[in-house]
Write a protein of this length. Sequence first.
Length: 220
Amino acid sequence: MSSFLIVAIDGGAASGKSSTSRALSERFNFLHVDTGSYYRALTAELLRRVLRTDQIEAVKSALPSITLGTRVDGRAARMEIGGRVVPEAEIRGPEVTAAVSHFAAIPELRAALLAYQRAQADVARAHNFCGMVMEGRDIGSVIFPNADLRFFLHADPVARAKRRELEGRADAVAERDRLDASRKTAPLVLASGAIDIDSTFLTLEQVVEKLSGLIAAKLS
Ligand code: DC
């Protein structure tokens, strides 16, 4: 029997998902899949095609012409669009950050990413990783509801806004959460049965230790 493990980590903007997932991927030799970066890369491509967030029909028509691939870079999976990885500086920039939640609310765009995200487990297996840690908003609820472990990271909105400020990044954390939690398709929710972790008063190391203990127990 294979011991390949799928770990889902959901949570709001700046809840510590990425740092935690990266640390876990290193500790357990898992592929790290940041699905937020996928929505961001797709947003960068739509903006490059001069599409606006209110042009829903035009976005839907553009989707079939966007060819997705995956590049494994160390332990991180990166989305390729037309054979090119969109640079980090672009996907984390203010234009993409302001638009991404709006594009991510379009059901057809989410549907276009569904099979792609599930197929990341095959990418991880093909690269001989011991498992995959996938972070996002709907991983434990929609993408991998049967994941071996499903976590939901919470943190106080003020603490989260402060984290982004310290990183020097413009990000309307509370507004993105409002949009992500109120959309009709696959909203940001605590999936039933997911393990809820409040990281407001925990350091990154403490969160990683907590999750590592549960992952190690699953592996043993
Ligand atoms: O994790 P992040 O903040 O980089 O994600 C950017 C946006 O992508 C987020 O505001 C909503 C969207 N997203 C989503 O709708 N579903 C996911 N699984 C991951 C991200």
